[in-house]
Design a protein around this ligand. Structure first.
Ligand SMILES: [Zn+2]
Length: 162
C-alpha cells in the first residue's frame, strides 16, 4: 500500500487510521514468534526477552504519542485560568497523574525548559494559592496564581522518533 498523504480531509482521516493500525501491527508483531525471530536467529533467550520488552514499550509509546496533540490542545485552552483553590489543586493532580500514566511525558518548565510536574499549593499570602513547576521536592520554578504554559514534552528525547 502506498503511503499517500493528500490534503483532502477524508484521505487524511483514512491515513491517520492506517498509521494507527500500523502501530498496532508493530505492537502485535512484538508479541509473536515471527517478531521474536526478527530479533536475530540464535540470539540468547535473555536477549530476545529484552528486545521483546523494548519492542512492546516502543510500540506503546508510538500509540500513546498519537494522543498527545489532542491533549496538548486541551491543556492550551486552560492556560491563564484560575479556577479557585479546590479545582486548581485537583486539576494539577489530574494533569500530573495523567502524564505519569501515559509514560515518559512531562510538562516543560517555561523557566528552565526542563521536564517538570505541575504542583499547586495553597498560600496564605495569595488566597487562591500558586502553581509551580516542580523538578524535584527541593527544586521548583515559577509561582503563578494562574495556569502557565502546559507544554507536554517527552522525558527521553528518543520517544517521539518514528
Ligand atoms: Zn524549571
Amino acid at each position: 500500500m502506498q503511503n499517500t498523504r493528500l490534503g483532502d480531509k477524508g484521505n487524511a482521516i483514512e491515513s491517520k487510521s492506517e498509521e494507527l493500525s500500523s502501530d498496532m501491527d508493530r505492537l502485535i508483531l512484538a508479541l509473536t514468534p515471527k517478531g521474536f525471530q526478527s530479533f536475530g536467529e540464535g540470539a540468547s533467550h535473555g536477549r530476545i526477552v529484552g528486545a521483546t520488552a523494548l519492542a512492546v514499550d516502543n510500540a506503546m509509546n508510538h500509540l500513546i504519542a498519537r494522543l498527545i496533540p489532542e491533549l496538548q490542545q486541551h491543556l492550551n485552552s486552560l492556560v491563564g485560568n484560575n479556577f479557585g483553590p479546590i479545582i486548581n489543586a485537583d486539576l494539577a493532580k489530574a494533569i500530573t497523574r495523567l502524564l505519569r500514566r501515559l509514560g515518559p511525558w512531562a510538562l516543560e518548565c517555561p523557566h528552565c525548559k526542563g521536564p517538570a510536574v505541575l504542583r499547586f499549593s495553597h498560600s496564605s499570602e495569595r488566597t487562591n494559592g500558586i502553581f509551580r513547576y516542580e523538578h524535584s521536592p527541593s527544586k521548583r520554578h515559577g509561582a503563578s496564581t494562574v495556569l502557565g504554559p502546559l507544554r507536554i514534552i517527552p522525558i527521553q528525547s528518543d520517544v517521539t522518533n518514528a
